[in-house]
Structures are given as structure tokens and as C-alpha cells.
Ligand binder design. Sequence first.
Ligand code: NDP
Ligand code: GDR
Length: 340
Amino acid sequence: MRKALITGITGQDGAYLSRFLLQRGYAVHGLLRRSASADVIGERLRWLGVIDDVVLHDGNLTDLSSAVRVVREIQPDEVYNLGAQSFVHASWQQPLLTGTVTGMGAVNVLEALRLECPTARFYQASSSEMFGKIQQEIQTERTPFYPRSPYAAAKLYAHWMTINYRESFGLHTSCGILFNHESPLRGIEFVTRKITDAVARIKLGTAREVKLGNIHAKRDWGHAADYVRAMWMMLQQDKPDDYVVATGRSTSIEEFCGMAFGYVGLDWHEFVKTDSHLLRPAEVEVLHGDAGKAREKLGWTPAIKLEDMVAEMVEADLQRHRARSTVVMPGIADLGKVAH
Ligand code: NDP
Ligand code: GDR
């Protein structure tokens, strides 16, 4: 039985990847950081029905000794480094933590592999945010990077360190430069889920409006279930490499609002307000990827259309709010005054 270790297993991608690997017969292990909310931390894995099928190991990306211990114990065939402080907006408020977790954390895992399990294959969750202030209209693996946030700079460090470990030590390390991908399990602070959650609450009469920042920004949005398949495909290649994963369609926040509100028969113009406090110190205005290399070399193409994903997300939020079992996946209102 092949063994996979996933950091960030409790996040959106970690949950979808766990399900994907379990379906393929893997033994799935995850690194779990200590939390005071241990009863709710596995909610995404529970939502997908896999919480009892994965093995969780205490550890933290910032703690080299825990990475070494877990890798030594498991001796994984494949390691997926998905753990990160992944919210771009928060990275300006917590730049050092973001650098430590999102940047150095990856190197802790790489070091653990070099020392304890150098034959394991390694996946690094790189990001389209590294393109930042875009240098080419359509971004590929060859587009120069221009990071625009502490998050993007941290990801770029981890990206180049992953390539360095491949070239310096011969480790089988690959980077997936993934564009935005969403799902009903997306964190509530990200714009797509913030919108679909608001749509559900407005439709059900428990909210009257939603405040957003820059609604003119454009993103290339795919579905997380499609994107975790690309991660796995990268590690099945004989030669490690780096790949852009994107849909090739760029859509504005406004257009996303139109789809989500339109799905329940509402006009978004009546409910979306803009709030300058939600603008970022530096914005990534537009991202638009070309996944031609992943298509040709991996045979990867996305299967889920944006419109279908929006419908799935709105339906899931309607279901959550109707059930009112929102303790584990709180609505925006429940998050109090945190500025997202
Ligand atoms: P999430 O924010 O949903 O998940 C992040 C995960 O990292 C959580 O499991 C979190 O644990 C864990 N984590 C955070 N800090 C630590 C730490 N110090 N030690 C151990 N684990 C930690 O992210 P996604 O699932 O959306 O994304 C997965 C990865 O892909 C991230 O690295 C992200 O930056 C990257 N990425 C995401 C894209 C997207 O559109 N989703 C696009 C491109 C890249 P906890 O549950 O305890 O908070
Ligand atoms: P992003 O995702 O920063 O692209 O990072 P997010 O959904 O946070 O923002 C997308 C765009 O929407 C604009 N926006 C708002 N964003 C949020 N969160 N809240 C708002 O109210 C709001 N209003 C407008 C933002 O300014 C931005 O332009 C995600 C994360 O998953 C990263 O970890 C990952 O690396 C990248 O995608 C690719």
C-alpha cells in the first residue's frame, strides 16, 4: 500500500486530496497542528466522509523536529506540502508568521525528507499569486514572477527552494503553480465563499447585504476537486517538474456576484456594497493562466465548469444555513468584527 503524507490536511485542498488518494488505495497520513478547537478542526474531512480513514500526526510546519519525527515514522512514498498561512489579505498583518509558515515551513519538510526519506516524491503548493503584477497577459511556467504580498513572496521562496532541493540533492520535487480554486469547503474569508455564504443568508432572510473590496479584480477560478488530481498526476511522472494549473478563463468578482446571486433569482447590484477598508495595500488585478503544459505532459484538464461550481457552493451554503448547524463552518456574521 502506498503511503502519502499531507501537510495542511485540514484545509480545503487537504480534504479533497485525502479523499482522492483514499479512493486510489493510499494510506493517507496528515500533519495536524495543535488547536484549542480540536473538536471542529477536522470538519472538512468529516464533510467529505473521510475523517475516520486518515491518520493524523501532531506536528507543526514551523517545528523541524516534528517534521523529521513524522517523516521518519511514516516513510511516505509521496508528500504533499499544502500547509500554509494561505490568506493573502492577512499576510500584510502577519508578514513574519506568513514567511515562517508558508516559506520556511516548506524547507522544514524538504529537510526532513533529505535527512529521513530522500526517495519520497514531494509536491509544493506554489501559487499564481507569485505572478502578482503580471508581466504577461496570459501566465505560463515561463512568465517572470512579481510577487505583490508577503504571502506571494513567501510562496516564491518555497517555490525556488523546492527547485533547489531537486537540483542540489536530486530529490523528486515538483511545484504546482495553481491558480485560484474553490469549492463548498473554501474558507469563509475568501471572496467566492464569502459571496456564496452571503447569497444564502440574504435569500433566507438573515442578512441584507455583503461588503466587498475591489470587485473589478479578475481571477482564473477552478474547482479544488479537479486541482488535487493535477497534484497527484505531477508526482506520478518519472521526472519532477513544475506546472501551471488553471482553467484559462478569467472572471471578475462582479461577474461572480452575478452568477451567485442570479442562481437564486436575485440581482447582485441590490445587495453588494463596496468598503474601502477591504482594499489591499497592493492588489493583484488580474490572473489568467495557460495550463497547456499540464494538458500535454500530464493529460490534465479541468472537468467542472465555473457555473456548476457556483451552483454547488450556493446550494451547500443554503443547506448549512437551513440546518443552522453553523458552529463548525460559521457564516460571516459569526466572525464578528474581523476585517475580511
Ligand atoms: P487552506 O487555508 O484551506 O488550508 C491551509 C492548511 O494549512 C490548513 O490545514 C491549516 O491548518 C494548515 N496550516 C496552517 N498553518 C500551519 C502550521 N503552522 N503547521 C501546520 N499546518 C498549518 O488552504 P487551501 O487548502 O486552499 O490551499 C492549500 C495550499 O495551496 C496552501 O499552501 C495555499 O497557499 C496553496 N494554494 C491555494 C490555492 C487556492 O486557490 N486554494 C491556489 C494556489 C495555492 P488549520 O486547519 O489548523 O488552520
Ligand atoms: P486570493 O483570493 O487573494 O486570490 O488568494 P481571495 O478570494 O482572498 O481574493 C480574490 C480577489 O478578490 C478581491 N476581493 C476580496 N477578497 C476577499 N477575500 N474578501 C473581499 O471582501 C474581497 N473583495 C474583493 C481580492 O482583493 C482579490 O483580488 C487565493 C488564496 O487561496 C491563496 O492562498 C492562493 O495562493 C491564491 O488564491 C491563488
